[in-house]
Design a protein around this ligand. Structure first.
Ligand SMILES: [Zn+2]
Length: 374
C-alpha cells in the first residue's frame, strides 16, 4: 500500500503528466525537498520517469517534468447492458488500445461470467485488473439491483475474479463514467461538474470538490424521471414530460414512428432530422428543449457550472446543440456564470473506458505494481 502522499503524487503524475515538479508540489501540497524525497524511490523503481525536455522557466538547477512509465499497466473495462458486452483494453491512462463487443447470450450471472471470461481471453492478452460497470444500484462492488439484467445481490466481481485470477471491480455505470471524466476528462480543468448521459436510458452523475457522489441513490436512475416539459409524452411510470419520456432512444423512436407510418431506430430519426425532415425535426427539437432544461436544472441545483454530456444517444448534440444551449441559458438566472457544456461524443466506448478507470483507480489504491517495478 502507498501512503496518502505517495498515492497523491503518483495519481497526479498519471493523470496530468508530464508535469513539472513545481506544479506537482503545488498540487499535492508538498515542499520541493519533501517531493524530491518522495519521488526518488519511484524514479529508482522505474514507475516514474523524467521526460527529456527540461522544465521551462524553472529557476536554479534544471529539472525535468515527471511522467509515469509509458508501458505501466494494462486494464480492461466492460460495460454490460441488457443485450451486449462492450469491452475496452486500455493503458494506465485509460487510452483505448482495443475495443470489442458481442451479444450477450444469457442474463444468468454465472453464464455472463463464463461468456465474459472467454471473451476477454480472446481479445485482451494479459491484464492487471478488470473493471465492470452495469446500470442499477451497486454498493461496495455488489450488484444490489441490476435493472437491465434482472440481477439482485450479485457479487459479479467475485465470479469474474475466480475465473480470471486478477482483481475485479464492479461499479454503477454512471459512477464509473463520472470517475473517467474526473480523472481523464472534464475533471482535469474543474473540480466539479454534473454529468448527463442519454441513450437507452437517462443517467445523471455528480462530481463535487474532486469527488464523485456515489451514494446508493446514484444508481437508482432517479434523474430519469425529473419532469422537463409540461405537455410531453408519458413514460412507463405515467409521468408526463419526464426526462425518460423525451430523451431515451426509445422515446425518439416512438414519437417519430407515431408521426409516420412505420417504425424507425433513433439513429434513423437523427439522420432524417439532419436531412431536414420536418417531423423528425419536431421530435429532435422537443428532445433538445428538454435536454437544455435538464442541463440548466442540473447546473442550478448542483451549484456546478460545468455539465458533461455523454452516452450512446449524444448524436443529438451535433444536430441540436444550439437549441439545447439556448434552452439551458433561458433557465439560468441573471448573474450566474454561463454553463460550460462539454460533450463526450465517444458513445459506448466512453462507458467501457469508465469501467477501465475504476480498475486503474483500484490498482493504484492497492499499490499493486507501484514499487519495485523496474
Ligand atoms: Zn418518468
Amino acid at each position: 500500500m502507498l501512503t496518502d502522499s505517495e498515492l497523491a503524487v503518483v495519481r497526479e503524475v498519471l493523470i496530468r503528466g508530464p508535469i513539472p515538479r513545481r506544479d506537482l508540489a503545488a498540487r499535492v501540497g508538498l515542499s520541493s525537498p519533501s517531493l524530491t524525497r518522495l519521488v526518488t524511490p519511484f524514479l529508482a523503481s522505474g514507475l516514474l520517469v523524467e521526460t527529456s525536455e527540461p522544465d521551462s522557466g524553472a529557476v536554479g538547477r534544471p529539472t525535468r517534468p515527471l511522467t509515469v512509465r509509458s508501458d505501466w499497466g494494462r486494464f480492461a473495462g466492460v460495460k454490460i447492458t441488457g443485450d451486449r458486452l462492450h469491452c475496452v483494453v486500455t493503458d494506465g491512462r485509460a487510452v483505448p488500445l482495443v475495443t470489442a463487443d458481442e451479444a450477450l447470450i444469457s442474463h444468468g450471472p454465472e453464464q455472463v461470467a463464463d461468456q465474459l471470461a472467454a471473451f476477454l481471453r480472446r481479445i485482451t492478452g494479459e491484464i492487471d485488473a478488470l473493471g465492470v460497470s452495469v446500470g442499477g444500484v451497486v454498493a461496495d462492488g455488489l450488484v444490489v439491483d441490476g435493472v437491465f439484467l434482472g440481477w439482485r445481490d450479485v457479487d459479479f466481481g467475485a465470479l469474474m475474479a475466480a475465473r480470471l485470477g486478477i482483481p475485479v471491480v464492479t461499479e454503477n455505470d454512471v459512477v464509473a463514467l463520472a470517475e473517467m471524466q474526473r480523472w481523464f476528462g472534464a475533471g482535469l480543468s474543474t473540480s466539479g461538474f454534473a454529468l448527463i448521459t442519454i441513450g437507452v436510458g437517462v443517467g445523471y452523475g455528480l462530481v463535487v470538490d474532486g469527488r464523485v457522489v456515489s451514494s446508493r441513490e446514484a444508481g437508482a436512475g432517479l434523474a430519469a424521471h425529473v419532469r422537463l416539459l409540461e405537455n410531453g409524452p408519458e413514460c412507463e411510470l405515467g409521468h408526463r414530460g419526464c426526462a425518460d419520456s423525451l430523451l431515451t432512444s426509445r422515446s425518439i423512436e416512438g414519437r417519430y414512428s407515431a408521426l409516420t407510418t412505420r417504425s424507425w431506430t433513433a439513429d434513423e430519426v437523427l439522420e432524417a432530422a439532419a436531412r431536414g425532415d420536418e417531423a423528425a425535426r419536431q421530435v429532435t427539437g422537443e428532445s433538445a428543449l428538454a435536454l437544455g432544461r435538464f442541463i440548466a436544472l442540473a447546473a442550478n441545483l448542483s451549484l456546478q457550472s460545468t455539465v458533461v454530456l455523454a452516452g450512446d444517444g449524444i448524436g443529438l448534440w451535433a444536430l441540436e446543440g444550439d437549441r439545447m444551449q439556448e434552452a439551458a441559458s433561458a433557465d439560468r438566472g441573471p448573474g450566474a456564470d454561463a454553463i460550460h457544456i462539454e460533450v463526450d461524443t465517444s458513445g459506448f466506448a466512453a462507458w467501457a473506458r469508465g469501467a477501465a478507470v475504476v480498475a486503474i483507480q483500484h490498482t493504484l489504491r492497492c499499490g499493486q505494481g507501484m514499487t519495485g517495478v523496474v
